[in-house]
Design a protein around this ligand. Structure first.
Ligand SMILES: [Zn+2]
Length: 216
């Protein structure tokens, strides 16, 4: 059993709904409970059941998988005895050299840049709040996260890889690399990490810290 964060249980300030702007009193919330808007039923605040340890563990695992996915070969191609392997970055580079600059940039952003920024900024925010460090730039990083989320399209990238597997299957024998398995793990872990990440709760922790600092 994880200890319940008592900090929020007595948190009964008024809160404005981000969907309809209705100002309302928060009920007493226990870990795992969600408060919804009385007018439009949008989610106002959810207290994460395991505090911030769960998203912190999941995002740490995602970072390790991301490092593995980008450090090892993605797949090995065997065409009539000639073997070639590539990493994700290598694939993006090859696309660029083959005059497919747009596609190269899209692969780089959606499968390397956006997931890296998303995972590292989420970890920064979680560490900063979980250990009461309130590091500089925490608010900025938290506001970035919602903008970064639509750009992390690992699942779409994986779908493209599967199509390529089927199409190239007749021409060459293909072997999956460590990176491919790391990517498959990363898709699952990232989905779990994102669902345990509660921006509304994190904003509230940051706001409360600011009120306390201002009151001193
Ligand atoms: Zn509302």
């Amino acid at each position: 059993m994880s200890s319940a964060p008592t900090f929020d249980v007595t948190d009964r300030e008024r809160i404005a709904c981000h969907e309809c702007d209705a100002l309302q009193q928060l009920p007493v919330l226990l870990p795992g409970q969600t408060a919804r808007c009385g007018v439009c039923h949008a989610k106002l605040l959810r207290i994460p059941p395991g505090g911030l340890d769960r998203p912190l563990a999941l995002f740490s695992a995602a970072l390790i998988l991301l490092l593995l996915a980008n450090s090892f070969p993605f797949m090995l191609l065997d065409i009539q005895g000639r073997q070639a392997f590539t990493t994700i970055f290598g694939a993006s580079q090859a696309l660029y050299e083959a005059d497919m600059g747009g596609l190269a940039v899209a692969v780089f952003i959606t499968s390397i840049l956006a997931p890296t920024l998303l995972i590292t900024s989420s970890l920064y925010v979680l560490l900063s709040i979980r250990f009461n460090l309130y590091l500089p730039g925490t608010r900025l990083a938290l506001s970035w996260i919602s903008h970064l989320q639509p750009w992390g399209m690992l699942d779409v990238f994986m779908l493209g890889v599967l199509v390529a597997f089927v199409k190239l299957g007749n021409m060459a024998s293909m072997h999956m690399g460590v990176s491919l398995f790391a990517y498959i793990g990363l898709i699952g872990v990232s989905a779990a990490a994102s669902s345990s990440f509660e921006p509304g709760y994190l904003w509230r922790r940051l706001d409360r810290h600011r009120w306390k600092s201002d009151a001193r």
